[in-house]
Design a protein around this ligand. Structure first.
Ligand code: C6P
Length: 419
């Protein structure tokens, strides 16, 4: 089964687009899909669709249980995908690479399995003002249970973290620094290595939310020296419902089980149990086997394109998109960090973000509008919501041009209505 892009040799988005069947459809008559909501979820290439189909048609069996042929094949494919994921992020070992439902579950897993034992009353969990709710609410819950406090690295008007504040915020009471590698709203790519090394200097552990970085740039867990790294498969061409928590070897040994049940045990008596070795200790019950295999296929697919090539292409496309968006009257981009990815949020003087999204949708253009699961950041910027175009390597300048044309229409339509 061919499972690489058709254009391994030369990076050509027009050729790559042929690998994504959905990109060829019209969403309304005469309106071909312009998909610019990749920070929410990405589209799936044929390689991933085929891997899912093949699994269910030819292999389907439970993993790590039976000894029949199909069970062996399913287990091998499931574990091979784990190896691919571990290599992809350069995790220290596979023992610390745990399948989860996605970034959200991965962060909740750390909060329960590690946080409840290592964060106590009077300790601090240091976050940033730009976190997605998935990297905020689990820590609020942990703080409420343990008596720990939350503190926040401020975000500047341009969308950058105020690293000078770290001198004040980092002290021996900080047990964990948890932050997003790339903001899903501002597009900012945070200096993860620097923050990690300053956090470690006061003895804090580091969790990196890689939901928006792992799909878009090379992410090397060991080079960044984070204790925990979380990401979601569906944002990197994989299926929904599967993601990864990777933990350093010392951290994985410090974690207690989160969910109890089958597969995560070694011996079970009526009144007590002992645990399986990691990562299985953290994978109770029948896992998302097809999801894991689909994730493996997605990683294989994008590795064949190359993360460096993807990052370079997206950087160029994002710069083009920002320059074009800046020409639309009344449009304000939120997030002008020097280091940024291809998620571009904006407001328009003439219309509410929901009206903007509805309007461009009629032209076949998918963008996101709302609080983007970052309500504190919206409050800080004084907006109830934003619109966001988020690009991936299969997007083109033509996609950007279509959006800009449609946004000019928004400005004209709503601007006229207001006059
Ligand atoms: N952001 C967006 O449209 P899940 O839902 O678990 O796969 O990912 C959660 C998550 C965590 N951190 C960051 C930085 C994210 O961007 C997301 C998901 C999507 O911006 C859906 S709200």
């Amino acid at each position: 089964m061919p499972n690489g892009p058709s254009s391994v040799q030369a990076f050509d988005p027009r050729v790559i687009r042929r690998d994504f069947p959905i990109l060829g459809r019209e969403v309304y008559p005469g309106k071909p899909l312009v998909y610019l909501d990749n920070a929410a979820t990405t589209q799936k290439p044929t390689a991933v669709l085929d891997a899912l189909d093949t699994y269910y048609r030819e292999i389907n069996a439970n993993v790590h249980r039976a000894i029949h042929r199909l069970a062996e094949m399913a287990t091998d494919a499931y574990e091979a995908a784990r190896s691919k994921a571990a290599k992809f992020i350069h995790a220290p070992n596979e023992r610390g690479v745990i399948y989860t439902r996605g970034t959200t579950e991965a962060i909740n897993l750390v909060a329960h399995a590690w946080g409840l034992r290592h964060v106590g009353a009077g300790d601090t969990i240091l976050l940033t003002e730009m976190e997605h709710h998935s990297n905020l609410v689990p820590w609020q819950l942990l703080a409420a249970r343990t008596g720990a406090k939350l503190a926040f690295i401020p975000v500047s008007e341009s969308g950058e973290l105020d690293l000078a504040s770290l001198d004040r915020l980092l002290d021996a009471r900080v047990k964990l620094v948890a932050f997003t590698h790339m903001s899903n709203v501002l597009g900012t790519v945070n200096p993860a290595r620097e923050i990690a090394s300053r956090a470690h200097a006061v003895g804090a552990r580091v969790l990196l939310d890689g939901a928006q970085s792992v799909p878009h740039m090379p992410v090397d867990m060991q080079a960044l020296d984070c204790d925990f790294l979380a990401f979601s498969g569906h944002k990197l061409c994989g299926p929904t419902g599967i993601g990864i928590l990777a933990a350093k070897p010392d951290r994985i040994e410090e974690m207690e089980p989160f969910l109890g049940g089958g597969e995560m045990i070694s011996k079970v008596a009526l009144d007590h149990s002992t645990w399986a070795e990691p990562p299985h200790k953290f994978e109770a019950g029948t896992p998302d086997i097809s999801g894991a295999i689909g994730l493996g296929a997605a990683i294989e697919y994008i590795e064949r394109i190359g993360m460096d090539a993807i990052q370079a292409y997206e950087r160029d496309l994002a710069a083009y998109a920002m320059a074009q968006l800046d020409t639309v009257p009344g449009l304000v981009i939120h997030g002008r960090a020097a280091e940024r990815g291809a998620a571009i949020s904006f407001s328009m003087a003439a219309a509410h973000p929901h009206d903007v999204a509805h309007f461009v949708d009629r032209d076949g253009i998918a963008i996101r509008a709302g609080h983007m699961c970052a309500q504190p950041l919206m409050r800080k910027r004084g907006v109830p919501a934003l619109s966001r175009a988020s690009l991936y390597f299969y997007n083109t300048r033509e996609d950007v041009d279509a959006l800009v044309r449609s946004l000019r229409g928004v400005q004209e339509f709503f601007g006229r209505a207001a006059r």
